[in-house]
Design a protein around this ligand. Structure first.
Ligand code: PLP
Length: 453
């Protein structure tokens, strides 16, 4: 019998609704608080920067939410994405484990991020918005939103973390190609950026700083809205298309995951692949383990505090209940730019607090080694972010070999690394650092949290 390697849905089998885990999780996240009054915020507090449809999704409790027809049509450019059995990787690892991955790298931007960029641009377009701002780390989110906004004739300004702006010039080219303007952050275009530059002129920037700049610009201009690529409930909601497709495809493969892995920046690709499987755990008593994989240099889930914190550095966003390293934490300049974020989404944080998901961290060199192994065996070159999940999968498969257990592993292949080749060069030259944060650094950085609420 020949082995099936790729499990593909037809367009007509694509899910037509997103899955909202708020309907099924045992404890709902605590409400976001107004940064000034420290009282729970209402929809009107967010209306300055988000369209009402997205604000509604942020607090929705319906289990399923319809995907608009126009969004489904654009999804079809790259969706459904394939579920692939990684036979070659299994063979290389000589493991009894079955390894499946959901390949989100086939989107126009090369990652899972267009899954939410398209609906976000769409709801802004429906609300009559003509200008948007956003931030980007490695450039993945900025390029995804640029692809989406140009489709709806919305002008986009992207604040790009300065270290990535310099390390990854081609992502800037992609954003320009899709019509967006790109500004290295911290910049002198905003009060937030100018304040950071006054304190540290050589700041490499961070996602937290870039968010402050993008939010400030949108909040000050009634005609401009802001868009966030991760963390928020509506973003994770849109990403569940990944796991919903994977549920159907695993069924086609006649398999079901014992464990699901996703790399973790703010939680969007992790939530996207895992929430539909967690839903099965909650509703049907399934026992799939779900594991978030973060960098050792930015360990909010494994070593941060559960506390209300700002989503940005300057303190312009609502206070969200999250695992955090403190909003002033500036992670080391690792190449997985998309994972350099101080905090985590509220839903994922609540799930971790309730021990319904697990978290682990991996050092940079182990992730690049995993990325290289994947490229050599399965052919596709992973993004440095994605390689965090792969490193965890390799550990799990090696463990399965030791125990002689044939378990089924599923992970999200969040993006390709074709534009991150300079980072692979550094790895081959032995120039990548395994930066690990000290307890003292974390203690210092989370001190500020006690004053917030
Ligand atoms: C942005 C990004 C991530 C991290 O963001 P999440 O919101 O945690 O998913 C991971 N992988 C890739 C390829 C990315 O572009």
């Amino acid at each position: 019998m020949t082995k099936t390697r790729r499990f593909n849905l037809t367009e007509s089998q694509m899910p037509r609704q997103w899955y909202n885990i708020m309907a099924d999780m045992p404890n709902k996240p605590l409400p976001p608080l107004h940064p000034g009054t420290k009282q729970p915020i209402g929809p009107e507090d967010l209306a300055a920067i988000f369209p009402m449809e997205l604000i509604k999704q942020e607090v929705a409790t319906d289990r399923y939410i319809d995907i608009p027809e126009e969004v489904l049509e654009i999804y079809k450019i790259w969706r459904p994405t394939p579920l692939v059995r990684a036979y070659n990787l299994e063979k290389y690892l000589d493991t009894p484990a079955k390894i499946y991955y959901k390949n989100e790298s086939v989107s126009p931007a090369g990652s899972h991020k267009p899954n939410t960029a398209v609906p976000q641009a769409y709801y802004n377009y429906k609300a009559g918005v003509k200008k948007m701002t956003t931030e980007t780390g490695a450039g993945q989110w900025g390029s995804a939103l640029a692809f989406a906004t140009q489709h709806f004739n919305i002008d986009l300004k992207v604040f790009m973390v300065k270290i990535s702006y310099n390390q990854k010039p081609y992502r800037k080219s992609m954003m320009n190609l899709w019509g967006a303007e790109v500004v290295p952050s911290p910049s002198n275009l905003t009060d937030s950026g100018r304040a950071i530059l006054a304190k540290s002129p050589d700041s490499p920037g961070s996602l937290g700083i870039a968010i402050s700049e993008a939010v400030e610009m949108a909040a000050k201009d009634p005609g401009t809205n802001y868009s966030l690529g991760s963390v928020l409930n509506h973003v994770l909601l849109h990403q569940t298309i990944i796991g919903l497709e994977a549920l159907k495809q695993m069924e086609m493969a006649d398999a079901y995951p014992d464990v699901v892995f996703g790399c973790f920046g703010g939680g969007s690709n992790f939530g996207g692949i895992s929430f539909p499987f967690l839903g099965e755990n909650f509703r049907n008593g399934n026992k799939t383990r779900v594991v978030a994989v973060e960098p050792a240099s930015c360990p909010k889930l494994t070593r941060g505090q559960f506390h209300y914190d700002f989503g940005d550095t300057v303190g312009l966003t609502p206070l969200l209940p999250m695992y955090t390293l403190g909003h002033n934490f500036v992670p080391a300049s690792i190449h997985a730019g998309g994972l350099r974020y101080h905090g985590a989404g509220a839903i994922v944080s609540q799930l971790l607090k309730d021990n319904l998901i697990e978290a682990m961290s991996v050092k940079q060199n182990e992730t690049f080694k995993a990325g290289m192994i994947f490229a050599k065996t399965e052919g596709i070159i992973p993004a440095p972010e994605t390689s965090h999940a792969i490193a965890a999968v390799i550990r799990e498969a090696e463990q399965a070999k030791k125990e002689g257990k044939a378990k089924t592993i599923l992970f999200n292949f969040s993006g390709h690394g074709i534009i991150d080749l300079a980072a692979y060069d550094k790895y081959f030259e032995g120039k990548l650092e395994d930066h690990e944060v000290t307890d003292a650094e974390i203690a210092e950085s989370v001190k500020e949290l006690q004053q917030l609420v």
